[in-house]
Design a protein around this ligand. Structure first.
Ligand code: ATP
Ligand code: MG
Length: 253
């Protein structure tokens, strides 16, 4: 493993409002190596999204700190891109214009922004849909646009929060395969939240299981199954062992 790229040191999160406070994340530490694919699993409400937002500088932890490439991270950076469960596309912009937006915001000249957006849409298999509006796209295509928007930022790190959770199983398998392809060819570092044990084992180099709220890392499991891994889950005894280990950790956490 190479040097860590993204490190959360003893981070915790307590949300407070007028009515009191809620401890979402207990003190927990996570270290992600450059080029690694890490999946986060855990029961609903255990703080996975909270941890992901902290890792990307979207949320300031109550205690602890995040180091990105050796430097403290206290705000979002274009070097870390998010893909959320919902694509959050702008309905009045075409697919191409949605993807070009982060570049335009950064002051990249429009013609160059559009060129890069074209290329990113091609990478996610949406050539020919550049001028489509979000309402003309399927859910899977919208998530592809969201991924293209993340890619175009030129981010080294992709933080994905159940990006394919609302899609049917076939589309999800296909997008997971494409995601792996992008991760490998574009040399990205990925942290992805999922509810699916088989998805985590298919994708990840390492799976972290969080305990129920307040979350903290209960188990870290390396996935050493050789790639490419078959999509049909016919991975033999090592897969069964891992799946059981993860299922047990989630159940008792
Ligand atoms: N902005 C917020 N203000 C107050 N409480 C919050 C806020 N965001 C999350 N919480 C609470 O923190 C806890 C953890 O939420 P979080 O969204 O991180 O969980 P999660 O593991 O991503 O859940 P899920 O699997 O359902 O997406 C929950 O109890 C939630 O109600
Ligand atoms: Mg969540």
């Amino acid at each position: 493993m190479t040097e860590p790229l993204l490190v959360a040191e003893q981070v915790s999160m307590t949300y407070s409002d007028g009515n009191g406070s809620l401890e979402a994340l207990a003190e927990t530490s996570v270290s992600v190596a450059r080029g690694e694919f890490v999946c986060l699993l855990g029961p609903s409400g255990c703080g996975k999204t909270t941890l992901l937002h902290i890792l990307g500088g979207l949320l300031r932890p109550s205690t602890g700190r995040v180091l990105f490439d050796g430097q403290p991270l206290s705000a979002p950076t274009y070097r870390i891109a998010f893909v959320f469960q919902k694509a959050n596309l702008m309905p009045w912009r075409t697919a191409l214009a949605n993807v070009a937006l982060p570049l335009e915001v950064r002051g990249v000249p429009r013609s160059e922004a559009l060129r890069q957006a074209h290329e990113a849409l091609r990478l996610v298999g949406l050539e020919g849909f550049e001028e489509s509006y979000p309402r003309q796209l399927s859910g899977g295509m919208e998530q592809r646009v969201a991924i293209a928007r993340a890619l175009v930022q030129g981010a080294e790190v992709l933080l994905l929060d159940e990006p394919f959770g609302s899609l049917d199983a076939l589309t999800r398998d296909q997008l997971n395969e494409e995601l792996l392809n992008l991760w490998q060819t574009q040399s990205k570092t990925v942290v992805m939240v999922t509810h699916s044990i088989s998805e985590a084992i298919y994708l990840a180099d390492r799976v972290l299981v969080l305990t129920s709220r307040p979350g903290r890392v209960a188990l870290e499991a390396a996935v050493t199954l050789p790639r490419p891994r078959p999509l049909d889950g016919s991975w033999g005894p090592e897969y069964s062992r891992l799946a059981t280990q993860l299922r047990t950790a989630i159940a008792i956490s």
